[in-house]
Design a protein around this ligand. Structure first.
Ligand code: FAD
Ligand code: NDP
Length: 312
């Protein structure tokens, strides 16, 4: 019987593992095997330079940062299993965790399975990924390749507007490509968008293809009302078309919101099942940063420790 099982391998999971390990709980962490299409280590393994994680003034490669966190989890006493959790049974204690043919029993559970940014899969995207095409403007927008250039954001929600406004700090102009003639974003965010004279909205528009050799240069777009195709210059293309939280293996046993994010008690990582905690992007559709994920991983570990002390 395990004291605590941690599912996930991003900053939230490893911070929880470091704290649980140091509390002598001997945590067992499932890092996944291409779970949700992402390598063990989570979303940061899909990017290059991380410039905003404290402690690395020169920046650090995303995969290198995650390898360091993994090493620190092991050094602090965690056991890491390289497999994906397929299923959990949470209706009674001990909780049961299924991975392949193996079944594990645990007194408590931390879910830190993150979220996956949605992509469009247009021709040219794979070749130019991280060469002008990104799913995170807040993370990548300040890179030199985007300075004083035309940048394009796809999406009409709050994220798209937030990302477009952020990009105006670096770009010469930001074009927001919206597939309908209305935005999904809140009125307050729309007001900010329309006040910003560095932002232009392309309504009823789809991006069809990305072109460039070593870096993104142009996009083919379609006006879906007139069926007219045209080319626009673009040095950056940012997808802001939503994220999918990695919660399918939970099979509705825990309360989630309308978008599938796990609901946690405000100011805590407690879910609606005592003994089950959630941290990182899987319960956070708002901040979605490595440092906030790590912070909530710490909270989850401290809450597990308290829960196990009170339960014994
Ligand atoms: P994630 O990083 O999402 O990792 C969770 C991982 O757990 C999954 O990827 C998978 O490997 C594993 N997993 C999932 N399901 C299972 C399962 N069933 N069983 C076992 N394992 C499972 N943030 C910053 O602060 N700075 C940046 O510069 C930055 N750059 C980014 C660039 C890109 C391209 C992207 C997409 C995101 C970026 N972010 C950045 C955001 C940051 O990556 C996330 O906020 C952070 O990684 C969330 O951490 P997490 O621990 O919640 O989980
Ligand atoms: P949303 O789901 O709200 O919006 C996604 C947007 O992407 C929609 O405009 C949608 O278009 C568009 N879209 C989806 N798929 C495609 C596609 N295949 N091609 C083109 N466009 C596509 O996601 P967000 O990430 O924007 O927001 C998620 C949640 O987080 C929301 O609740 C939001 O309010 C919140 N949030 C709040 C912020 C704030 O308050 N400052 C900041 C960021 C997020 P369509 O409308 O046609 O479906």
């Amino acid at each position: 019987m395990e004291n605590v099982i941690i599912i996930g391998s991003g900053p939230a999971a490893h911070t929880a593992a470091i704290y649980c390990g140091r509390a002598n709980l001997k945590p067992l962490l499932f890092e996944g095997m291409m779970a949700g299409g992402v390598a063990a280590g989570g979303q940061l393994t899909t990017t290059t330079e991380i410039e905003n994680f404290p402690g690395f003034p020169e920046g650090i490669d995303g995969s290198a940062l995650m390898l360091r966190m993994r090493k620190q989890s092991l050094n602090c006493g965690a056991t890491i299993q390289t497999s994906t959790v397929d299923k959990v049974a949470l209706s009674k204690k001990p909780f049961k965790i299924y991975s392949g043919k193996q079944i594990f029993n645990t007194k408590s559970l931390i879910i830190a399975t993150g979220a996956t940014a949605k992509r469009l899969n247009i021709p040219g995207q794979e070749k130019l990924w991280q060469r002008g095409i990104s799913a995170c403007a807040v993370c990548d927008g300040a890179l030199p390749i985007f300075r004083d250039k035309t940048l394009v954001v796809i999406g009409g929600g709050d994220s798209a507007i937030e990302e477009a406004i952020h990009l105006t700090k670096f770009a010469s102009i930001v074009k927001v490509v919206v597939r309908r003639d209305v935005l999904r974003a809140s009125k307050a965010m729309q007001d900010k968008l329309f006040k910003n004279d560095k932002i232009e909205v392309l309504w009823n528009t789809n991006v069809l293809e990305a072109y460039g050799d070593k870096a993104l240069k142009e996009l083919k777009i379609l006006n879906n009302q007139t069926n007219e195709e045209s080319m626009i210059e673009a040095s950056g293309l940012f997808f802001a078309i939503g994220h999918t939280p990695n919660t399918s293996f939970i099979e509705n046993q825990i309360k989630t919101d309308a978008l599938g994010y796990i609901v946690t008690k405000p100011g805590s990582t407690e879910t609606d099942i005592p003994g089950v905690f959630a941290c990182g992007d899987v319960q956070d559709s708002k901040y979605r940063q490595a440092i906030t994920a790590a912070g909530s991983g710490c909270m989850a570990a401290l809450e597990v420790e308290k829960y196990l002390n009170e339960a014994s």
